[in-house]
Design a protein around this ligand. Sequence first.
Ligand SMILES: [Zn+2]
Length: 216
Amino acid sequence: MRIVLLGPPGAGKGTQAKRLAERLSLPHISTGDILRQNVKDATALGKEAKDYMERGLLVPDELMSKMLLERFSQSDIKKGFILDGYPRNFSQAQTLEEIFKQKNLDVDMVVYLDSSDSVIIQRLSGRLVCSVCGANFHIRNMPPKNKGVCDKCQGALFQRSDDREETIKKRLEVYKNEVSSLIKYYQDKKKLYRLAADGDAGLVLEEIIALTKKIA
Ligand SMILES: [Zn+2]
């Protein structure tokens, strides 16, 4: 089963992708993790990416797509995968299709996690991210065992500057503008499934699992 998870920031893509990957015994592929791993392993692509990051710049699409191509060349994705965090816009969707073509892969389902703005703002404005391993916590919904410290690696937790309320609203605007063409793209391919994702994360997960059984 090859699944792509889409949704606005704060809709719970990362959480759902991780749990889904565990339940279906499939690798969880996230662009954030690929980037961190490449930087950590000091691969040629990772070094190039680090250079951009150290200058406070976004990693260019072209570099990210090379890392994705490399990731989709590994053998653990043969049985399927859960991809989250990519694509974010139409041009990335086309890049992904190119990569899949090269690797003889196709997507089985694209799940769009639909969340209301108020829920997203509540979720994101309380989010804490580990500065070392990237794990997510939440001040109210999922607090770390020790304040300010990551449960998994003891790294320091911080609030991303773009998780402040006024920036979240701007991010949502940008996302909505970009995702509409993406939704249409996958709708036309008859791959898109929309799910309401405001509710309990466990229930949303069960709904995704039910969908995978339906299309399997
Ligand atoms: Zn950590």
